[in-house]
Design a protein around this ligand. Sequence first.
Ligand SMILES: Cc1ncc(COP(=O)(O)O)c(C=O)c1O
Length: 369
Amino acid sequence: MTWSLNNYLGLANLPEVKKADAEATKEYGLAYPMGARMMSGQTTMHEKFEKMAAEFTHKEAAYLLNYGYQGMVSIIDALVDRHDVIVYDSESHACIMDGLRLHMGKRFVYHHNDIEDFEKQLQRATRLVEQSGGGILVITEGVFGMAGDLGKLDKITALKKKYNFRFLVDDAHGFGTMGKNGSGTGEHFGVQDQIDVYFATFAKSMAGIGAFVASTKEVVHFLRFNLRSQIYAKSLPMAMTLGAIKRLEIIQTHPEYKERLWIIVRALQKGLRDAGLDLGNTESPVTPVFMKCPLTKVTQMLYDLRENFGIFCSAVIYPVVPKDVVMLRLIPTAQHSLEDVEYTIKAFKAIKNKIDNDVYPNEMKDFKL
Ligand SMILES: Cc1ncc(COP(=O)(O)O)c(C=O)c1O
């Protein structure tokens, strides 16, 4: 039983999704289009997806990206110059960090989700741009993909009344899962209109490849001609583009997949918490289970979980979490069943019990060549 697939809504295995992928591949192969968007890579299908994505995320316009990671790096690179200041959350995804590396101006980091510190950094940034004549770009994730806590989009946007900044949100894990219609974490907080630049990838809810950025017509027009990772790279293949259209159509017309996901999420998180497990501050489908377990015993525990209980999930260890803590990260999907949940909770109780009673051997000590 796998709890490690980026397939929140279970779209990957739907017959109509597989059919759409297969039919697009049959018609176009994986070759088309054979150029970058600005050369020969622009098709009406790319434009169709963009129109749909803009509408779904309540923005004026959207632009399709061939990969989320490179897209985000270039979005940051394009939006700022050396006069501008970036203020960002300390636990931002690597693609945001890489975008920051290209920035030639100042950047101020705030402690993860610490709004007091955020305001302090915003004040520093405001003083700087008053001299430089630049602007401020604030960046956070909607859902933090490792621990599942939400970026404080409501509190951040509330500070727009006091400070002048533009707000970029990476909603990789929120798109399709959060908000009444699945339009994302901005919709969840009721502040989607306060997000100036909204970004999501197809890698999670859409179970695909590609991404998009949505904003005003003016900003999207600017990005279209300034995103280096798109201008100088091949456009998203037709199979992915048509597959994305199908997936987004399903997300829009079948709310039951999101509802089903949340039934699984609530049952799993409640069951694990009731069993005394520590799930940190998750408020999203991402379900981290923190356990005190010496590093020397982690593989034994994972081996036990996989071989004896038949459960696979990703494990995160030091330095991402403190020494002697392991974070088992579960990604629930609409395709899991309540029986899967019940079984998994029992298995987690059992392995926690074994850790607490020091049952697993110390790999370092007992390791024999
Ligand atoms: C928060 C976040 N941003 C961006 C990305 C990169 O997206 P992609 O896989 O489409 O390159 C990921 C991972 O997929 C992610 O978790």
